[in-house]
Write a protein of this length. Structure first.
Length: 392
């Protein structure tokens, strides 16, 4: 077990109709003029945006709006949001939507509160010293950005996708109403479940410092999401399943499932970031497409963890050698992905990179992680290329 810091300052308001409390929460955290940042038309079509603005109107809280956040949110919109906030004297950000709107809001908050180019933080050239306060109304259970310290932005020039983490970017509050996720397409729901599980799996497959209680929490979360993902496949309006998945999404990425370990592996995410940057694929689907190949590449170096995962999460029989059990667990995980219509390779994902594109992704990935990275197994640029090639 390693020493750790666990910091989760976000106030969570969970349940039906909780979005009606947004004005009180903004006031509680000092907001007087708000930028409402959201994504596409679903927030408008569902009536959620109007309910939010009506609530703020009734409370006498001034606001401006900025839509347009897309999956793999763009740096260009972040720049637009920064300028809008400065022009309008905004002192509070409200992200309404999923991880894209929240991540984009965090980047806007960094850009308003710090001098210089906000991309410098995502390019690892500088560290932030503050962030405009942020609140969240979540509509997609997936990224966990509503309670996490991280955000991911794509720079259109060069299609570079990078993440940045800072406690300054943790939202002040998160409104979680599972009913708001019921209008999601089945594919987005499955992508969200995959992303939630991966946030915990990245922390689970480590070489040291693991705690029994943390493992139990992680394994329970993974089993819960796996079970409820199948329920939602067959019954998308199931409130209880929506609630389980939504809360799991927050817990999976607020640091809880990594307490006491070495910080996690994160290479599946880093490999997927290059897929998302180049091909604009759904993040959860990209993770599913790459994970099995990554797992087979590294499992021998992290065999006890893969065996434990197979037995305690995938519930494979305790029969055969450790290696046979570990491989059965990887195969069972891929079977689960297929059961919720997630891809297990790049062709199923719908992309067919050329050799030149595979080399480019490996090069960009290596640059993004500073040369090499990994806990289950340290990967360099050649290893990244090998995994991309094998995932075809």
């Amino acid at each position: 077990m390693f020493d750790f810091k666990y910091y989760t300052p976000t106030k969570v308001i969970f349940g039906k109709n909780t979005e009606t409390k947004v004005a009180d929460l903004i006031r509680e955290f000092g907001g007087t003029k708000v930028l409402i940042h959201y994504g596409g038309g679903s927030v408008v079509r569902s009536g959620l945006l109007k309910r939010v603005t009506d609530t703020l109107d009734q409370a006498g809280i001034a606001y401006v709006t900025l839509g347009g956040a897309v999956p793999n949110p763009h740096l260009g919109l972040v720049y637009e949001g920064i300028e809008l906030c400065k022009k309008e004297g905004v002192d509070f950000l409200l992200g309404v939507g999923g991880g894209s709107a929240i991540d984009s809001a965090k980047a806007i908050g960094y850009g308003v509160a710090n001098e210089g180019d906000v991309w410098d933080y995502y390019d690892y050239k500088r560290k932030v010293t503050g962030c405009l306060p942020i609140g969240v109304i979540l509509t997609i259970a997936a990224t966990g950005s509503e309670m996490s310290d991280s955000s991911v932005i794509t720079k259109e020039e060069g299609l570079v996708k990078r993440g940045y983490s800072s406690d300054y970017g943790r939202p002040k509050f998160a409104i979680l109403n599972p009913e708001l996720t019921m209008t999601l397409p089945d594919y987005q729901t499955a992508c969200g479940c995959t992303d939630i599980m991966m946030h915990t799996m990245e922390r689970y497959f480590t070489q040291g410092g693991n705690m029994e209680i943390t493992d139990a929490l992680a394994e329970g979360l993974l089993r819960t999401v796996k079970k409820n993902a199948v329920i939602l496949r067959d019954d998308p309006k199931n409130y209880d399943a929506r609630a389980e998945v939504m809360w799991a999404g927050s817990l999976a990425h607020n640091g809880l499932t990594g307490c006491g370990n070495d910080g996690g592996d994160w290479m599946t995410h880093k490999l997927e970031h290059e897929l998302g940057g180049l091909y604009d694929v759904a993040h959860g689907a990209g993770l599913a497409a790459i994970w099995g190949t990554w797992a087979r590449y590294v499992y021998k170096n992290c065999l006890p963890r893969f065996k434990k995962f197979a037995l305690n999460v995938m519930e494979v029989p305790d029969q055969g050698t450790d290696e046979e059990i570990a491989l059965a667990g990887i195969e069972a995980m891929e079977d689960f992905y297929r059961s919720i219509n997630m891809p297990t390779n790049l062709r199923e994902l719908g992309v067919n990179p050329t050799e030149e594109e595979l080399v480019l992704m490996a090069k960009k990935c290596a640059i993004g992680v500073g040369g090499e990275m990994g806990s289950a197994k340290v990967l360099d640029e050649q290893a990244m290329l090998d995994i991309y090639r094998a995932s075809m």
